[in-house]
Design a protein. Sequence first.
Length: 175
Amino acid sequence: DKKSCDVEAMRDLSGDPAAMSALAHPVRLALLELLGRDGPLTATEAGDRLGQSPGNMSWHLRVLARHHFVVEADGGSGRRRPWTLAASGQRLDPEQSSEEERAAADALLTTVVERTFGQLRAWLAGRRAAPRSWQRAAAVSQWTLYLTAAETADVRDTIYQVLARFADRVEDPSR
């Protein structure tokens, strides 16, 4: 079974510092990524793939469920309950309204950036083992741009629109 087609495209975390704080954990981010890539998984299956105990995965899944990042998928019972994503991604408003929200956003952004840089470093270290088509497609570029705030927002919105075209994809097309 692949993940359900009922997955919300994007969840806005703005105004929910508790959800931001819950997500600001590297294991939880890895777990969401795993569920997005591999579809519904039990705590045991997720633990095997992430090198974590089933109990630890179960705890992280319950935290993610409490904040509506994951939901129970059909087809399980008891300890064999599979979990799936509630949304394919998260978005964070750049303007937080309270000190609590700013602190939670800072913690989440720090964790996301550290994880993303780690993934980029891993790709760069192993890129020569990837198929040639992926080596050609995965370009890294560096630009110096002088943009106004409005132009920067326009670039951001354009990138979001491009990414949204693929948000409802329920299977990895490279498999």
